[in-house]
Design a protein around this ligand. Structure first.
Ligand SMILES: C[S@@+](CC[C@H](N)C(=O)[O-])C[C@H]1O[C@@H](n2cnc3c(N)ncnc32)[C@H](O)[C@@H]1O
Length: 235
């Protein structure tokens, strides 16, 4: 039985719980509140993919302290906010052409007491001054950014650019299966990228209810980690 999404005003609450019962209560739970605006624009509310990616971030919280994390296409920014609350240095981004989405990123930080998070406009596929001045990154997050096939290559061009500058970095991303015909395999190959599929059960995300939210529901969500492809001769 799933606890229903809890709404108070326009806030949606998520309660992440660690499986490791040996930790103190404070280290075992995290409550994050996300302001939503119910408008028909993609970046205005939490998508099922965001809860799954946030659960992956929460599962790896021990490795996130002081890590430099960028979220792309962040919208209301649930995964980035969880990373920030777990001690990462976070930068949130959404399209430079969608100031309302950038405002959502800021509001999510405010509501969760994250004062040191920068918010920048990064449009996929564009090498802008804001992209060029990003600091060295450890992890890039992207939840439900592969939802429009005509944007797939732009997303991967941005990821290629960032991973080439930060060869050890990883792109943690979730996508929702919307059509059996859609694939990023050929584009990964074209841009010298490789991906690893992460089974949902390995981070306790194979459930219809996650973090007290029934958002994942019966949607088929996949978690993958994308890195630069090792070239022959690389050590
Ligand atoms: C399906 S929503 C996902 C939002 C959020 N990541 C989530 O999972 O809840 C897609 C997000 O990508 C952003 N977006 C759309 N086109 C973009 C572009 N060309 N460059 C950067 N962000 C874009 C939208 O504003 C929106 O926030």
């Amino acid at each position: 039985m799933c606890e229903q999404d809890v709404r108070a005003g326009n806030l949606k609450h998520f309660n992440f719980k660690a499986e490791d019962q040996s930790r103190s209560e404070g280290a075992r739970t995290l409550r994050v509140s996300i302001p939503e605006v119910l408008e028909p624009q993609y970046g205005m509310y939490v998508w099922p993919c965001a809860v799954v990616l946030a659960q992956y971030v929460w599962h790896h919280k021990g490795a996130l302290q002081q890590k430099s994390v960028l979220e792309i296409g962040a919208g209301v920014s649930l995964p980035g906010v969880v990373a920030g609350r777990c001690g990462a240095r976070v930068i949130l981004s959404d399209s430079a052409e969608l100031p309302a989405c950038l405002e959502n990123c800021r509001r999510s930080c405010e509501v969760n007491g994250l004062r040191d998070v920068s918010v920048v406009g990064l449009t996929w596929g564009q090498v802008s001054p804001d992209l060029l001045i990003l600091p060295a990154l450890d992890i890039i997050l992207g939840s439900d950014v592969f939802y429009e096939p005509e944007d797939f290559e732009d997303v991967l061009v941005t990821i290629f650019f960032l991973l080439r500058r930060n060869p050890q970095a990883q792109f943690w991303t979730t996508y929702q299966e919307r059509s059996a015909d859609w694939s990023i395999e050929a584009l990964l190959h074209k841009w010298s990228l490789q991906c690893l599929h992460i089974p949902l059960e390995s981070f306790h995300a194979n459930k219809e209810c996650l973090a007290g939210s029934n958002l994942p529901g019966s949607h088929t969500v996949h978690m993958i980690v994308i890195t630069m492809r090792k070239q022959s001769g690389d050590t």
